[in-house]
Ligand binder design. Structure first.
Ligand code: ZN
Length: 132
Protein backbone atom coordinates (compact mmCIF):
# COMPACT_ATOMS: atom_id res chain seq x y z
CA UNK A 1 0.00 0.00 0.00
CA UNK A 2 1.30 3.43 -0.98
CA UNK A 3 0.00 6.73 0.40
CA UNK A 4 1.12 10.27 -0.19
CA UNK A 5 0.60 13.80 1.10
CA UNK A 6 2.05 17.24 0.44
CA UNK A 7 3.65 19.78 2.75
CA UNK A 8 4.14 23.43 1.81
CA UNK A 9 7.24 24.86 3.43
CA UNK A 10 7.81 28.54 4.13
CA UNK A 11 11.52 29.00 4.91
CA UNK A 12 14.75 27.98 3.21
CA UNK A 13 15.67 25.85 6.26
CA UNK A 14 12.84 24.59 8.41
CA UNK A 15 11.70 21.61 10.53
CA UNK A 16 8.07 20.58 10.10
CA UNK A 17 6.38 18.02 12.35
CA UNK A 18 4.58 15.46 10.15
CA UNK A 19 3.88 12.90 12.93
CA UNK A 20 0.10 13.43 12.97
CA UNK A 21 -0.21 13.10 9.19
CA UNK A 22 1.81 9.87 9.24
CA UNK A 23 -0.11 8.40 12.19
CA UNK A 24 -3.43 9.21 10.52
CA UNK A 25 -2.32 7.26 7.43
CA UNK A 26 -1.28 4.31 9.62
CA UNK A 27 -4.68 4.33 11.36
CA UNK A 28 -6.62 4.62 8.09
CA UNK A 29 -4.62 1.80 6.51
CA UNK A 30 -5.94 -0.73 9.06
CA UNK A 31 -2.48 -2.28 9.25
CA UNK A 32 -2.04 -4.28 12.47
CA UNK A 33 1.63 -5.23 12.35
CA UNK A 34 4.38 -4.38 9.95
CA UNK A 35 6.67 -1.61 8.83
CA UNK A 36 6.20 1.76 7.22
CA UNK A 37 8.71 3.61 5.13
CA UNK A 38 8.38 7.39 5.29
CA UNK A 39 10.15 8.61 2.16
CA UNK A 40 10.56 11.92 0.38
CA UNK A 41 11.36 11.92 -3.35
CA UNK A 42 13.57 14.98 -2.98
CA UNK A 43 17.33 15.51 -2.81
CA UNK A 44 17.22 18.83 -0.95
CA UNK A 45 15.15 17.83 2.09
CA UNK A 46 15.39 15.17 4.78
CA UNK A 47 13.51 13.18 7.43
CA UNK A 48 14.60 13.10 11.09
CA UNK A 49 13.16 11.78 14.33
CA UNK A 50 13.60 14.30 17.10
CA UNK A 51 11.86 16.17 19.91
CA UNK A 52 9.27 18.84 19.09
CA UNK A 53 10.71 21.69 21.16
CA UNK A 54 11.20 25.18 19.72
CA UNK A 55 14.74 25.66 21.10
CA UNK A 56 15.84 22.28 19.81
CA UNK A 57 14.43 23.02 16.36
CA UNK A 58 16.51 26.22 16.28
CA UNK A 59 19.53 24.21 17.47
CA UNK A 60 19.07 21.76 14.60
CA UNK A 61 19.07 24.61 12.08
CA UNK A 62 22.13 26.18 13.72
CA UNK A 63 24.10 22.92 13.47
CA UNK A 64 22.98 22.18 9.91
CA UNK A 65 23.94 25.67 8.69
CA UNK A 66 27.33 25.45 10.41
CA UNK A 67 28.09 22.03 8.88
CA UNK A 68 27.98 23.52 5.38
CA UNK A 69 29.18 27.05 6.12
CA UNK A 70 32.86 26.64 5.29
CA UNK A 71 32.98 25.29 1.75
CA UNK A 72 33.43 26.68 -1.71
CA UNK A 73 30.89 24.34 -3.34
CA UNK A 74 31.31 23.61 -7.05
CA UNK A 75 27.61 22.81 -7.48
CA UNK A 76 26.78 26.39 -6.49
CA UNK A 77 27.99 27.47 -9.93
CA UNK A 78 24.95 25.60 -11.30
CA UNK A 79 22.05 26.25 -8.93
CA UNK A 80 23.39 27.50 -5.61
CA UNK A 81 22.05 24.70 -3.42
CA UNK A 82 25.01 22.37 -2.76
CA UNK A 83 24.41 22.87 0.98
CA UNK A 84 20.85 21.54 0.57
CA UNK A 85 21.94 18.42 -1.35
CA UNK A 86 24.79 17.60 1.06
CA UNK A 87 22.65 17.97 4.19
CA UNK A 88 19.80 16.02 2.59
CA UNK A 89 22.18 13.12 1.92
CA UNK A 90 23.65 13.27 5.42
CA UNK A 91 20.25 13.40 7.15
CA UNK A 92 18.69 10.83 4.83
CA UNK A 93 15.53 10.97 2.76
CA UNK A 94 13.52 8.34 4.59
CA UNK A 95 12.93 6.46 7.82
CA UNK A 96 11.51 3.01 8.50
CA UNK A 97 9.22 2.68 11.52
CA UNK A 98 7.52 -0.26 13.22
CA UNK A 99 3.76 -0.68 13.49
CA UNK A 100 2.60 -2.98 16.30
CA UNK A 101 -1.07 -3.61 17.15
CA UNK A 102 -2.12 -0.81 14.82
CA UNK A 103 0.12 1.80 16.42
CA UNK A 104 3.37 3.37 15.38
CA UNK A 105 6.15 2.53 17.84
CA UNK A 106 8.02 5.69 18.81
CA UNK A 107 9.50 7.15 21.96
CA UNK A 108 7.74 9.93 23.86
CA UNK A 109 10.08 12.54 22.38
CA UNK A 110 10.39 10.98 18.95
CA UNK A 111 8.41 13.01 16.44
CA UNK A 112 8.76 12.67 12.69
CA UNK A 113 10.03 15.83 11.01
CA UNK A 114 10.46 16.85 7.42
CA UNK A 115 13.62 18.96 7.22
CA UNK A 116 13.31 21.58 4.51
CA UNK A 117 16.75 22.56 3.23
CA UNK A 118 15.89 24.46 0.04
CA UNK A 119 12.50 26.04 0.64
CA UNK A 120 10.01 27.39 0.27
CA UNK A 121 8.63 24.51 -1.77
CA UNK A 122 5.89 21.93 -1.90
CA UNK A 123 7.23 18.59 -0.72
CA UNK A 124 5.78 15.14 -1.30
CA UNK A 125 5.85 12.64 1.53
CA UNK A 126 5.35 9.01 0.48
CA UNK A 127 4.35 6.31 2.95
CA UNK A 128 4.89 2.70 1.93
CA UNK A 129 3.16 0.20 4.21
CA UNK A 130 4.42 -3.38 4.58
CA UNK A 131 2.23 -5.86 6.47
CA UNK A 132 3.77 -8.74 8.33
ZN1 ZN B 1 21.19 21.45 -7.09
Amino acid sequence: MLKEFNISTKERYELIDITERVEKIVQESDIKNGLILVFIPHSTAGIVLTEDESGLKEDWLKVLKKLVSDFDFLHNQIDNNADSHILSGLIGQGKTLIVENGRLIRGTWQKIFLVELNGPRTRDVIIKIFQG
